[in-house]
Design a protein around this ligand. Structure first.
Ligand code: GDP
Ligand code: MN
Length: 413
């Protein structure tokens, strides 16, 4: 399990690793409040699981709560990519993608991540940025510690261009990490003289965290040497070993922070715009406005929506089958309401799509369909003639919502 930076830092704090004081914010307003609370210069950081957020605009140094709010607003709108995705994005922006790259880029766009939180931290001036990590060396059956004075940037690039600047020390897990390992690392890495003492104290703490948390990796990049002469973990990538979850009850809690994004991520990889909600009526509609009002009428009918899902203009069989699949995978869903208004989208094609999708999937909850607009009559007739036992049709949006809610509550119709 890959943790978000703020989660990793919270854990490291328990092991007395120095991390900047910070607060998590879920909106630009909360980011402003956090900045006000911390006072002075702060850094606003996207909480997404991709490397190189800085390069993608996900890390902003600001001087005031107003600026923190504006920075957060921008960060929440960024599509973050993994390294390969970001390279392709740069090429795409420059208009220099070849056919094969275009295909991969399209896929990468669907896998893009948005931040649902930012971390607002007290900022400091950095004199130097180091790199430090602890990981498993599986082939040698050892732990491996890595330290470099050339941190902050892409460590793979440093490793290629200046391999001598990346110091690696193997650790026998039975003998554990000792002062001589720490000294070997700090001196060979040629850290600033004034930073050595504190780094020597931090390394054993990181190692203890690595072992006691059952982490498969802890990476601090940058381990920053500040103008005030402190050494701090300015970034943290902590990867926990899922197979150790049984002895760490808090793993589940950490995972819960990922759950919603996980389902939404999956939807996104299928090209669907889904937001998970807490109710039991699954919703599919075309057009954000229509889906929003569908959520409202479900509420009016005494029910609660399980999700927001806009299939946009592409209401064909494949899209509907993906949408139905992802919605019915949620065990909370007791009925599904499909609300389509045909404009350019033709209701007969939508009906065909729904029937086709039901043929591909094993759907065990009732599906209520309301079709209106272009070729609605034809679409409704097709649904009425389809023999699927779970399919119900309704003429109006209110009627459909009412039926879907009653079915979700276990009433027969
Ligand atoms: P990453 O790009 O996802 O690895 O995000 P980081 O947390 O490593 O931040 C990227 C870069 O932003 C760092 O390498 C620093 O150069 C800079 N940065 C982050 N926090 C601070 C801070 O508090 N002060 C200063 N001066 N720079 C910071
Ligand atoms: Mn970093």
């Amino acid at each position: 399990m890959d943790l978000f930076e703020y989660q990793g830092k919270e854990l490291l704090r328990k092991f007395e690793v120095p991390v900047p004081e910070g607060r998590v914010a879920q909106s630009p307003e909360e980011a402003a409040d956090a900045a006000r609370f911390l006072g002075g210069k702060v850094v606003v950081k996207a909480q997404v699981q991709v490397g190189g957020r800085g390069k993608q605009g996900g890390v902003a140094l600001v001087d005031s709560p107003e600026e923190a709010q504006a920075a957060a607003e921008k960060i929440f709108a960024i599509d973050f990519h993994d390294q390969e995705g970001f390279k392709l994005k740069q090429k795409a922006d420059a208009g220099s993608l070849n056919a094969q790259e275009t295909e991969v880029w399209e896929q990468k766009q669907r896998q893009a991540q948005r931040a649902s939180r930012v971390l607002v931290e007290r900022a400091s001036d950095f004199t130097s940025e180091y790199y430090c990590s602890f990981l498993l060396d599986r082939t040698k059956r050892r732990h491996l510690a890595i330290l470099s004075a050339m941190g902050g940037m892409d460590i793979e690039a440093v490793n290629e261009e200046h391999p001598e600047a990346v110091v690696k020390v193997g650790i026998d897990p039975l003998l554990a990490f000792s002062d001589f390992h720490a000294r070997a690392l700090v001196f060979a890495a040629k850290l600033d003289t004034e930073a050595r003492k504190e780094t020597l104290q931090i390394l054993p703490k990181l190692y203890r965290a690595f072992v006691e948390l059952d982490a498969s990796q802890i990476e601090i990049n940058p381990l920053a040497f500040t103008a005030e002469g402190r050494v701090i973990a300015a970034d943290a990538k902590v990867v926990l070993d899922d197979s150790a979850a049984f002895r760490h009850p808090f793993f589940d809690e950490l995972k819960a922070a990922h759950e919603v994004p996980e389902q939404e991520k999956k939807a996104k990889s299928l090209g669907l715009n889904l937001i998970k909600l807490d109710g039991d009526v699954g919703i599919i509609g075309n057009g954000a406005g229509l889906v929003m009002s569908t959520l409202d009428v479900v509420k009016d009918a005494g029910g609660d929506a399980a999700n927001f899902l806009d299939v946009g203009g592409g209401a064909n069989a494949e899209v509907l089958s993906n949408a139905l699949q992802i919605i019915t995978e949620n065990p909370a869903v007791k009925s599904v309401l499909i609300n389509i208004f045909g404009g350019i989208t033709r209701c007969d094609l939508v009906a065909e799509g729904i029937i086709d999708a039901l043929g591909r999937l094993d759907v065990t909850v009732p599906i209520v369909v309301r079709l209106d607009g272009t070729n609605a009559e034809q679409g409704r007739k097709m649904l009425a003639d389809a023999p699927h036992p779970m399919l119900r049709s309704a003429d109006t949006m209110l009627g459909a919502a009412d039926l879907a809610v009653r079915l979700a509550h276990g009433e027969q119709s």
